[in-house]
Design a binder for this molecule. Sequence first.
Ligand SMILES: [Zn+2]
Ligand SMILES: [Zn+2]
Length: 472
Amino acid sequence: YQQGDWLDFCRGPHLPSTGRIKAFKLLSVAGAYWKGSEENPMLQRIYGTSFFKEQDLQDYLKRLEEAKKRDHRKLGPALGLFSVEETAGPGLIFWHPAGTRIRQVIEDFWKEEHRRRGYELVTTPHIARDELWRRSGHLSFSRENMYAFEIEEEGYVLKPMNCPGHALIYQSRLHSYRDLPMRLAELGTVYRYERSGVLHGMMRVRGFTQDDAHIFCTPEQAPGEVLGALDLCLFMLRTFGYNEFEVDLSLWDPEHPEKYAGDREGWEMAEKALIWALEKRGLSYRRMPGEAGFYGPKIDIRMLDALGRSRQGPTVQFDFNLPPRLDIHYMNSESKEVPVVMIHRAVLGSLERFFGSLVEHYAGAFPFWLSPVQVAVLPITDRVADAAGRVRDRMREAGFRVELDDRNEKIGAKIREAEIQKVPYMLIVGDKEAAAGNVSVRVRSAGDRGACDIDSLISEMQELSRSRALAP
Ligand SMILES: [Zn+2]
Ligand SMILES: [Zn+2]
């Protein structure tokens, strides 16, 4: 790009004068090799940003600061949620006890909702012959993304996706139109090769658990099944505290049918089903022609988090091409064998990525139903150790995740520690409380509440759990 007698390396355009930049700030500097090669001289790269108004710049910098504080790569290890271990390798997540508690709450909620909506849960192996992936067309499409190895001189791969496994279960017996729809769901851990340079905390990893499901149905049932999947996605995301969404509808490119499987008629039917469901729910969406996958069009939903950032969430894909390729059918009402429609869908996407987003959305201060430690019992002195132990036992019996801080520390230090761990309820036990058989309550972000009897506290907390409330 040329401006006057200055020739730049970029494509431009440039401002006619730097005087037009009103609110700006230089953010950081970094070294970069000329053309990215270490043989070449080192250049200095300067990062900066600018806005039309000073206020916009200040808002942006505040958000940047807040994002840094909420970074799940920092909060995760600090709160004992997860780690990445250099010894084990990059992009592999170790879920620690506190993180695993939250993961289990998420999984229980997920399973309950799926059973309620007529899904069957399945479990499939982590490795399979590469033949399975060749048949589905995955081997040739993404060979470089899979981990391959040999067993008894036969090629195997580590499962990069769950689809062919679910198709095998469907295929293992004959189906009539009366059995459909059949909805198979799995929390399936998959492994995909990603270059080490693009790995990022829990957001971009090499091994992750997809909350995957495949719905096998007739073409007539498909629109209703897409709608059901959308409803499940929106219900779960809202329960987790996300209320604003961005929706993309990825369509094929009718000018280049050679880039896709299937014919025009099939694509039109598939796209119509997705559009019908989106409009039925009044969701506004962006049409993305040419962005569809090889097998069919899809809906992608991103949720906006507490800082207004969009986070990758659910996907619903209408697939009418993999079933004929894998030879999976059903008997229609005229006793004719016809290919089934397959809807691929994930609600959370990847448990790891969803969890990383959730940590940042709440800055680690999870709502009561998700908190790894819901209740901290804090005795003021050794004299009340027994009374505090009884409070802990009552809470545990009521089914809450509770911890007793019986260290020989001042109460102020114990409260600070529970605050750092972002525990929603602190129950303080002193001589007065021990004598009265109650506790003194501190609620996260709401402060001191004073004396409270244990029975009413338990029913209050049970209601928070039952309703999956977002406060405190
Ligand atoms: Zn330039
Ligand atoms: Zn799939």
